[in-house]
Every structure is written in C-alpha cells, then in structure tokens.
Design a binder for this molecule. Structure first.
Ligand SMILES: Nc1ncnc2c1ncn2[C@@H]1O[C@H](COP(=O)(O)OP(=O)(O)OP(=O)(O)O)[C@@H](O)[C@H]1O
Ligand SMILES: O=c1ccn([C@@H]2O[C@H](COP(=O)(O)O)[C@@H](O)[C@H]2O)c(=O)[nH]1
Length: 239
C-alpha cells in the first residue's frame, strides 16, 4: 500500500517537472509575438520565438549556420528542424523555467516530425494557439514594422510574398493537423487593435471558410479576454 502511494506521489511529482509547452501559430504579422508578450506577463510563461532564436544564431560570430539561416529567412523558407529544435531546447534548458510559449513553431512537416522525435517525450504539449488575421493587414503590419526600423531582412514585399506562400503551403497543414487532434487548438482573431483579441472555438470545417464568416461578425472583447479565458480554462493561474 505504502509502496503504491509513494509511486503515485513520485509519478505526479515527475509529471509536474516535465516542461509544459504551448505552440503559437499564425501568419507572418498576425500578432503572435505581441500576444505572447501579453500571455507571458499574465501567466508566467517563458516566451521563446523560434524566429528570434534563429536571428540570434545568425548573428553569433562563428556560427556554422549563419549564412544558411539568413538565406532561408530572406527567401521565407523554413530552416531544417535539427537547427531550430536544438536552439529551442538550449533556450528551454537555460531559462530555468518550466512553462514555455513556443512562438512560430512548428511551421512544416519537417518541424513537426523533428520535434516529435527529439522533444515530445521530454515535454508536455498543453495546447496550440492560432492567431488569424487577414493577409492584407499582416502585410501592412510587417511593412510598417520594417519602415519603423525592425532591421529584419524579411519585412519587405518580396520576402513577404514568399513567406505567405510558405505559410499557406507548409504551415496551414500543420494547423489543420492540430485541429484534427484530440489536443485542442484555439483560434483567435487579431485583426482588431493590438490590445483586443477575440476567441472563436474551432469546429471541424474549412479554416478559410470559418475565418471569413466569423470575421464578418466582429465583436471584440476586452484586452485579449479570449486568450485569457482560454488559458485560465487550463487551470493556469494568473501570475
Ligand atoms: N492587433 C494589432 N493591431 C495593430 N498592430 C498590431 C497588432 N498586433 C500586432 N501588431 C503590430 O504588428 C506587427 C507584427 O506583430 P507581431 O510581431 O506581434 O507579429 P508576429 O505574428 O509575431 O510576426 P512575425 O511572424 O512576422 O514575427 C508589430 O509591429 C506589432 O506591433
Ligand atoms: O521555426 C521556425 C521559425 C522561423 N523560421 C524562419 O524565420 C523567419 C521569421 O520567422 P518569424 O516567426 O516571422 O520571426 C521565417 O520566415 C523562417 O524563414 C524558421 O525557419 N523556422
């Protein structure tokens, strides 16, 4: 009896120690980084942007991947998962935290399979957040960000066209994959002003169709209320 109790306690302790992960997906400029900053402030998640980690690695003197990363970013293509996954893993280890928002990953089938191989039994995927926003608005936001001095080599029309091609061809199937999983994917519209985001639950139907229909209804909640309520539904406490 005592042995069984001890095993149960140990199992529960170990499962609490497994790092918890939330994937955050959406088109370029949909507002993933903006919303992640809010969620990490409110709920104490460590925000890891795969794109930021790749840009840092590109800048690191002596990086063997620097040139390849720069070429992929400018062309809106996806860096091989071994590189991205090891950067994410290292950042997780260094943070000393146990709960992570992984922003802009997984972006294609290679990312999904690589993460599953290397990380799925070392982490627990809590849920997936998907921020929907019209392509026109996303492009405007990225161009404005470029004009305001982001210094990003892909905040220009030529790269944005390629980034959107990759998003539609490679990332949307990953979003569809999560929509079809037991694990919930939650959809938020971030077309409104930066501090307002509306949640819509996804039902299994065409994302493109649901996005358009729902957008037409538009009534926006207070400051990211949808995200807030959704995450609280997982019993994640406000920090
Ligand atoms: N709801 C919003 N209303 C107006 N501007 C916004 C909104 N959300 C984000 N922005 C602005 O749009 C730009 C892109 O936002 P953000 O960086 O959060 O998007 P992202 O999805 O992380 O982009 P990327 O994938 O290109 O890194 C930023 O300049 C940000 O300040
Ligand atoms: O998992 C990833 C994430 C990003 N990239 C490359 O970086 C750019 C910019 O990413 P943002 O999320 O918009 O910051 C993206 O277009 C890819 O080229 C990647 O390869 N893998």
């Amino acid at each position: 009896m005592l042995e069984r109790v001890l095993v149960r306690c140990a199992t529960s302790y170990v499962s609490r120690m497994v790092p918890e992960v939330v994937f955050v997906l959406g088109a370029p400029g949909a507002g993933k980084g903006t919303q992640c900053a809010y969620i990490s402030r409110e709920f104490g998640f460590e925000h890891l942007s795969a794109g930021d980690l790749l840009r840092e690695e590109r800048q690191r003197p002596g990086s063997e991947y620097g040139e390849m990363i720069e070429a992929k970013i400018r062309e809106g293509q996806i860096v091989p998962v071994e590189v991205t996954c090891s950067l994410l893993h290292r950042a997780m280890m260094r943070s000393g935290k146990n709960r992570f928002l992984i922003d802009g990953f997984p972006r294609n089938q290679d990312n999904l399979e690589g993460w599953t191989r290397a990380m799925s039994d070392k982490t627990k995927l809590l849920f997936v957040l998907f921020f929907e926003c019209s392509q026109e608005l996303c492009v405007d936001r990225c161009l404005e960000r470029g004009a305001a001095g982001s210094g990003r080599s892909d905040d220009n029309l030529d790269s944005l066209r390629k980034r959107f091609d990759t998003y539609l061809k490679d990332t949307m199937p990953i979003i569809d994959h999560y929509q079809g999983c037991v694990r919930p994917l939650s959809l938020f519209y971030s077309d409104a002003s930066a501090d307002r985001v509306e949640e819509k639950s996804l039902v299994p139907r065409s994302l493109a169709h649901s996005a358009q229909t729902e957008r037409d209804e538009s009534c926006f909640f207070e400051r990211a209320t949808g995200v807030h309520l959704f995450i609280r539904g997982y019993h994640i406490k406000k920090t």
